[in-house]
Design a protein around this ligand. Structure first.
Ligand SMILES: NC(=O)c1ccc[n+]([C@@H]2O[C@H](COP(=O)([O-])OP(=O)(O)OC[C@H]3O[C@@H](n4cnc5c(N)ncnc54)[C@H](OP(=O)(O)O)[C@@H]3O)[C@@H](O)[C@H]2O)c1
Length: 409
């Protein structure tokens, strides 16, 4: 679909339930101030809510989850991230926190963005909240049903991690797609490698194309695609990608470029916790001084400014930090309008630092090569017997054979 105007996004028995609209990709242009406008997904549901650029993360809050969720919304957060994964999150308490704000008379204009995750049994650490011995269809359905009870309407349901093979990932995804229109409004994934995500994304696009042509053939491998059509499930493309942003993964530069290209919103976590060095010097501290904000806020602002397609997960437990982050970002946005040339140069310096720190990690040096990577993947997919590409070694080998050793690129 790729955001094409008016194309059906989901059709059940021929009734179009939601449509895509043309949303121009958010790419930074010199002279752009910090823009905190929430994302409007290219999917139109009645009363579709928008996704803010700063989302409250509810992991590891344990017994304080309800209270902290309440406080975060009261402080101005307009999006909440959770998961049905008891070892790290308390989804029911998040729902109670949201409910408490509504009962307290807080009805945020534009609503509240609420997202959760289907976490496969392998990631449940022995505390699976649904019956993990059942088949995947049952697991996804039960997990989504519990989340619906915990949270009400789900603006986005994310697949917490890729399954061992692309076929298994697609099976889980098709079940999640079956939840759309039944309380779930959009879908996303977390923690895929670049290779996993690119293979998966293109598989979704291909299936979508086929389904809109109303083809109902019995396909051979890699999995039973007939099933998709007999259940009237359409394969949807992901709207959201959630993953870490740290030096060790090249600040997800390549993944973020892929997301920008395909209109998938990138949600970053570890932005503060894994980037202490970035926070302590250079453009971050300069911006903090100039705009009179905390360096944590300056770091958030520079990521959001340099990548307008990105949202950030903020999991602070400190009420002061909650307010400081929300108000501080607004302060930087206003400062950037009044000091455009300086803001521009800080964003450029920040991007330079990311490239420098990313070094030879997957990312900065190859940020220009999304097209090449995609073409590599499509070649590899055509090799019989292979399911997906997920080794760096294989990419390096191919890139080296095409373009010389990676270090010379
Ligand atoms: N999908 C996944 O697999 C996955 C994985 C990890 C995280 N997540 C999501 O991302 C969310 C965020 O997690 P995270 O790992 O990025 O770390 P985080 O929970 O946001 O941790 C931020 C750390 O920085 C500190 N901090 C200092 N000043 C701060 C400020 N001004 N604002 C915010 N924090 C400040 C916080 O301490 P104080 O509490 O004292 O402020 C905290 O120790 C999670 O809650 C979860 O929703 C998802």
């Amino acid at each position: 679909m790729d955001g094409a105007a008016g194309k059906p996004y989901l059709a059940v028995n021929g009734d179009v339930l939601a449509t895509t609209s043309t949303i121009p990709p958010r790419v930074r242009k010199p002279g752009d101030p910090l823009d905190l406008t929430p994302f409007k997904l290219p999917v139109e549901w009645p009363a579709m809510r928008t996704m803010p650029r700063l989302i409250y993360g509810t992991a590891w809050k344990k017994g304080e989850t309800e209270e902290l969720t309440y406080k975060a919304i009261r402080a101005g957060f307009r999006g909440v991230d959770t998961a049905l994964q008891p070892q790290h999150y308390d989804e029911l308490a998040v729902g109670r926190g949201i409910q408490a704000t509504l009962e307290g008379g807080l009805h945020p204009e534009g609503g509240l963005w609420v997202q959760t995750k289907y976490s496969p049994p392998a990631g449940q650490g022995g505390q699976c909240p649904y019956d993990g011995t059942q088949n995947q269809r049952h697991q996804v359905q039960e997990s989504a049903a519990i989340s619906m009870v915990d949270l009400g309407m789900l603006d986005c349901l994310l697949l917490h991690s890729a399954c061992p093979t692309l076929s298994q990932t697609m099976e889980a995804w098709m079940e999640m797609a079956g939840q759309i229109g039944h309380g779930v409004r959009s879908l996303g994934v977390c923690n895929f490698t670049f290779d996993q995500f690119a293979s998966f994304y293109h598989e979704c696009v291909n299936l979508n194309r086929l389904s809109f042509q109303r083809m109902r053939p019995a396909f051979a491998s890699p999995f039973n695609k007939t099933d998709i059509f007999s259940n009237n499930h359409q394969c949807t493309v992901p709207m959201v990608f959630q993953g870490p942003v740290a030096a060790v993964n090249g600040y997800a530069t390549l993944l973020r470029a892929f997301c920008r290209k395909h209109g998938v919103i990138f949600q970053g976590y570890w932005v503060l916790s894994a980037n202490t060095q970035l926070r302590k010097r250079g453009p971050v501290t300069t911006l903090a001084d100039r705009a009179q904000v905390d360096p944590a806020v300056a770091l958030y602002a520079l990521f959001l400014g340099s990548d307008p397609n990105m949202a950030i997960l903020d999991g602070t437990k400190d009420e002061k930090h909650m307010e400081q982050d929300i108000k501080g970002l607004e302060k930087v946005a206003a400062w950037s309008v009044a000091n455009l040339a300086e803001w521009d140069s800080l964003v450029e310096r920040f991007e330079g630092r990311l490239a420098e720190h990313a070094g030879n990690e997957q990312g900065a040096e190859r940020s220009w090569s999304v097209e090449i990577m995609e073409s590599l993947l499509s070649r590899q997919q055509s090799i019989p017997g292979t399911d997906m590409l997920d080794t760096r070694a294989w990419q390096d080998h191919l890139l080296a054979s095409w373009y010389g050793a990676p270090d010379n690129m």
